[in-house]
Design a protein around this ligand. Sequence first.
Ligand SMILES: [Zn+2]
Length: 330
Amino acid sequence: MNESAIANHQAPFVFPWFEPVWAHWQQLLSSARFPHAVLLSAPPGSGRRAMASQLAKVRLCKSQTDNACGHCHSCQLFDAGNHPDLHWLAPEKTGKQIGIDAIRKVQRQAIETSQLGGARFIVIERVESLGEAAANALLKSLEEPPAGCYFVLLTDSLDSLLATIISRCSVWKAPQPDGESAKYWIEQALKCSVPDHAVGLFRGAPLAARDFVASGGLEHHHAVINGFTTYVKTHVGLFDTLAVLTSHYPASLDWLSYFLLDVLKWRQGAQHAIVHSYHHQQVADVANLMGTQQTHMALRQLHQLQRQLQTHTGLNTELVLSQWLLSIGE
Ligand SMILES: [Zn+2]
């Protein structure tokens, strides 16, 4: 998504699960204590982009209050996706690094004069994707922030960031919406009922759950769970199962990861805690056939191969997955 599309994508309201964070941000906006760098930790699909966008709009608005006026020159340019003092940086695609050249460009934007005579605002998505040199370069800008320039950094997880970057920012962690209110929000957005597992598979990311349901994900997920269960039960149909897993890769592996966790919970008598309550029969069938140790092993190997496939893009997904399935069938 490009910069203008993101700006246009701005939500007209604050997502309910972000309200506590937004209330704090508004206090900062209306005081003279607005930090030069905000770091927001929230999963993709949580609405974090819209929140960063909203914050930028309010900070850039000529009214300089805790809300965007909506009609000043700055707000108009912002709504048109053309604000010259808003710069947005994200990896070219998921899994790709943000390199030093992109950060050098951001550093130039950080020191240039504001086009509208106000603040400059820089949003960096997936800041965990910064390469080492890029992260060190960004650190310099955070250590000596140019006057009137504000940064918002978005990350999936604080765990993978340099401690020195974290220490230079005002750090916020998005509260995780509870299952019931997330489900209510998704159902309101889609105007249809959604099963519990659609919410459970995307805990903390209701927008991702909404998009999953809207794009036919429920059927794909169902095919993956059924294909895997049939394979475990019969040990035949390796290639059919493989075809289903690869056609819905990489999501299929996340779904199987949740499914195998449910199998472990089932084996430990925690049936009430499973995400796949709609597929409880499949969970029970696999739990009857795979021992606790074997399930642990399968889950560990699954996480390993997910990391391998992400890091080494040249790997043959089908081959790696078939080896994993064969090891389960043994
Ligand atoms: Zn305004």
